[in-house]
Design a protein around this ligand. Sequence first.
Ligand SMILES: [Zn+2]
Length: 248
Amino acid sequence: MKVNGKTNGMIEEIRTKLNGSGVAHLEPETTDEDIYGENHIGTSIETPLRDDAFVLNDADKMEIIQEHFTKILLTLGMDLNDDSLRDTPKRVAKMFVKEVFSGLNPKNKPSMSVFENKFKYKQMVVEKNINFNSFCEHHFLPITGKAHVAYISAGTVIGLSKINRIVDYYAKRPQVQERMTVQIADELKRVLNTEDVAVIVEAKHMCVSVRGIQDESSTTVTSDFQGKFKHENTRQELSGYIHMELKN
Ligand SMILES: [Zn+2]
């Protein structure tokens, strides 16, 4: 029998593989993973993905996540016969694959049409207060915040809403804020073919407010200044624009 173009055998094989390497064992001693997770440190600029990350299609992934989330709820002791809970595993699976983690899949990367800078505008372009929602990869709790993005054209420009889309794409992954900041900057450099980009992200981490230290008010700021944005006067100019308020 074929499901989504794959034989049951293939799906079973991947399931077995996932079970083999994907299940963490609770060990009493502190592991490297604890050290990274508790300190919210990422290990690389690339999102850590398995080589076979996209062998399964979305439907297969949702089916497997649904099964696993059912087990989590049952393990917690919840009664899935309750009408309110019955479809929760299905909803969570769909939300993970199609919404909050859809940015893991390169096929969901926004298409970037670039234009020639016909106006010969040589100043910086700033897209500020871009709201985003992401998830901390250490605790799977929300990170919510704003990104401010700037670039100086080296001959190419993009539609402003595309900058919002790039931010959204990289936010929709299990993330580390520092990594997301650099990923957005690197993508803009690539698309715009310029070194002169800056990204500033300010965010609130639910894992800091609802667990651990339980600090309700702190926010985390990360930045990546590249090319001309490494110069003090360019940074000052950007800072001025970010703090500037529109007077109605
Ligand atoms: Zn966290």
